[in-house]
Design a protein around this ligand. Structure first.
Ligand code: GRG
Length: 333
C-alpha cells in the first residue's frame, strides 16, 4: 500500500490519536482553506484543488503535537505555523506533478492534467507565497526557517534528478536527497510548533531532530513499499521508482551485494525498463537482503527519533511523538 493510503486509510498515526486531535484538525482545515482564498475565483479554485481532494495534513498535525508536549493546547498561531508548512508541501506537489507529468494525485486529476503545466507552476508558486506570508506574520525566525526549508526541498529534488538512471548513485546522495525533499519539512514543522509555542531552545532543537528523523523513516518506508507492495496496494505498478530511474535505498543496497543477482540488477538498471525488465528487477529486489537492510536503517531513524524525545515531559503529546515513527515502520515489518 502506498504510504498515502497506509496512513490515511488507517488514520492510525499516533499523531492523530490525541484527545485534542479532532479539534486541531478542524482548525487546520479551516486555516488551510482560508489561506488560499483570493479575489480571483479562478486562481482560488486552482489553488484549492488538492486541498479539497484530501491529504493527511501530517505536517501541521506534527506542529500542533510538538507544541503540546508540556500539556498546553496548541494556539491558533501554532496552527497557522503548521499550515505554512502544509502549503509548502502542497506547492511542492504541484511542481512535482508537472515534473513527473502525473495524471492523478489524492485520487483526483492533478492540477497540470486539469488546467495545464503553466497554471500548475504558477498556482504552486502562489501557495509558496501564501506560506511565506503566514510565516512572516509569525516572526523573522519562522520566516527565515521556512524560506530555508523551501531551499532544502529544491536541493533534495535536484540531488535526485542529478543521479537519475545512475547505478553508481551513492547512499550519501540518497540520504541528502530524502533529507531535503522530505525530512527537512517534517523537521521544520516540528520546530515551528516548538518556536511558536515558546518552548526553550533545547526542546526546540530536540523537536527538530525528532521531525527530521521522522521524515527519514517516512521516506525510507515509502521507498521500500514501492518495491515490496503489490500493484493493487500501490494503485500503480510496483517498481515505479526504478522505472523512473530513481534508485532508492532498497535498490542501492541490493546492487551493493556481491552476488550474481546484484550484478544482474545493475545490468538491468541504468536506463528505462520495459515491463519484463521491471518484473525481473522487482523479483531480484524482493528476494534479496536489500529490503531487510533498508528496514534496519529505517529502524535506526525510529530509534533516533525516540531518543530525541528523551528529555520531554511525560504527556500524551510526547507519547504520540515517540509512537509515531514506529507506526510508520510497522507498515513494512
Ligand atoms: C517548490 C517547494 C518547492 C519544491 C520544488 C518538486 C520539489 C522541488 C520537491 C518535491 C519533493 C517531493 C515530491 C517530496 C515527496 C514528499 C512526500 C513525502 C509526499 C507524500 O506526502 P504525504 O504522504 O501526502 O504526506 P499527502 O497527500 O497525505 O499530503
Amino acid at each position: 500500500m502506498p504510504l498515502e493510503n497506509v496512513t490515511s486509510s488507517a488514520q492510525t498515526s499516533p499523531l492523530l490519536a490525541l484527545s485534542t486531535s479532532n479539534g486541531d484538525r478542524t482548525r487546520v482545515e479551516a486555516a488551510m482553506h482560508d489561506a488560499v482564498i483570493t479575489p480571483d475565483a479562478y486562481l482560488t479554485e486552482i489553488a484549492s484543488h488538492l486541498i479539497v481532494a484530501g491529504g493527511k495534513r501530517l505536517r501541521p498535525v506534527l506542529s500542533t503535537v510538538a507544541a503540546q508536549i508540556h500539556g498546553e493546547p496548541a494556539s491558533d498561531d501554532v496552527v497557522r505555523g503548521g499550515v505554512s508548512c502544509e502549503l509548502v508541501h502542497l506547492g511542492s506537489l504541484y511542481h512535482d506533478d508537472v515534473m513527473d507529468e502525473a495524471d492523478t494525485r489524492r485520487g483526483v486529476e492533478t492540477v497540470n492534467a486539469k488546467w495545464g503545466n503553466l497554471q500548475a507552476i504558477l498556482a504552486g508558486d502562489f501557495l509558496l507565497s501564501r506560506a511565506s506570508e503566514i510565516a512572516a506574520s509569525l516572526g523573522t525566525e519562522v520566516a527565515g526557517l521556512l524560506a530555508r526549508t523551501i531551499g532544502w526541498l529544491c536541493e533534495g529534488q535536484i540531488e535526485e534528478l542529478r543521479f537519475t538512471y545512475d547505478i553508481a548513485r551513492t547512499e550519501e546522495s540518497y540520504y541528502t536527497s530524502i533529507h531535503g525533499k522530505t525530512g527537512s519539512l517534517y523537521g521544520t514543522a516540528a520546530r515551528i510548533g516548538g518556536i511558536v509555542a515558546g518552548h526553550d531552545q533545547t526542546t526546540i532543537d530536540a523537536l527538530t531532530e525528532f521531525g527530521n528523523a521522522y521524515g527519514m523513516v517516512f521516506q525510507i518506508v515509502d521507498d521500500i513499499l514501492d518495491a515490496t507492495a503489490t500493484d493493487e496496494q500501490l494503485g500503480k505498478p510496483a517498481g515505479h521508482d526504478m522505472v523512473e530511474g530513481v534508485y532508492t535505498l532498497p535498490v542501492l543496497r541490493t546492487m551493493a551485494l556481491a552476488t550474481s543477482d546484484a550484478e544482474q540488477l545493475s545490468s538491468l538498471l541504468g536506463a528505462p525498463l520495459d515491463a519484463d525488465q521491471q518484473q525481473q528487477a522487482l523479483a531480484i529486489v524482493r528476494s534479496n537482503d536489500g529490503v531487510g537492510s533498508a528496514i534496519d536503517t529505517a529502524r535506526d531513524y525510529v530509534e533516533r527519533a525516540a531518543a530525541a524525545c528523551a528529555g520531554f515531559p511525560d504527556t500524551e503529546a510526547t507519547a504520540a511523538l515517540v509512537a509515531a515513527p514506529a507506526a510508520l515502520l510497522a507498515n513494512v515489518t
